[in-house]
Structures are given as C-alpha cells and as structure tokens.
Design a protein around this ligand. Sequence first.
Ligand SMILES: [Zn+2]
Length: 150
Amino acid sequence: MARIPGLQVIRSPVAGYGVISTRFRKQGSVICDVEGVLWRAEEKRVDTHSLILEPGIFFDMVDQTRWVNHSCEPNVVVEAGITRRGNGWAQLQALRDIEPGEELFFDYALPEELKERCFCGAKQCRGWIVERPAQPMTMSSRSRRPSAKR
Ligand SMILES: [Zn+2]
C-alpha cells in the first residue's frame, strides 16, 4: 500500500499510534483520500478501524488514516459515502489551518450502543466518544481507546 504523501504515523501522546501532517493544511482543504474496503454487517467482519457509511455498511480504512485518533475538538472531518456503483469512498478534510507536525484528529462520533470513555484531553471533552444528534457520520470502535473502530 502506497504511503500517503504528507502523513506520518507516530506514537501519539494521546493514545497508541496517531497520524501527523508533515505539511501545512489550509482550512477546508482535502488532506487525502482514504483507501478502504467495503463490508456489510452480515459478513461479521471483525474490524476496529471502520467508518460507518450507512447502517450496516462499513468502510475499513486500510491505509495510514486508520491510525488517526479521536478528539472531541477535532481538526479534521471525514467526508464519506457510497457511490452509485456501490463503492465506498472517504476523504479527510482540514477543519482549520493545520501546522506541520500537528497530530490529526477527527470525531469518531460512535453510535450510542458503542460509546466509549474518552480521554482525549481536549478542554471541551465530552467524556464519551459518542455521536451527537446532528452528526450522522461515525466510526465504530473497539480497540483503541480513545479511538473508536470496529
Ligand atoms: Zn474527548
């Protein structure tokens, strides 16, 4: 798998592995496309690094982006969906200007039934990694806490 230019996996001070940007990222810019594999719930895939594209449809992140940690004050948002041909897609976008060397975080926003305690350390930490009502995009979770993924 090709390495995504401008991203680097590190040992994160927040949790486990994390990902930093080695470049400046302008607010609103696309950081990268995510390489992933589509799974459906009935396939009983055991996976802890998947986005939930729709109920029961998961997108397993298989590149460096799978190591991006959760934060309640994220600097990245994940846009994702399913194309008309039925392929999953996702990309990371900068929520604000990001300096070189900054760790990237997005809000995993887990479904209520999968919520986990959060230790992200943000001032606005909600205490739980859980979705907010106006936030349909989620990442399921199991292994990395704070990070969520299933
Ligand atoms: Zn938090």
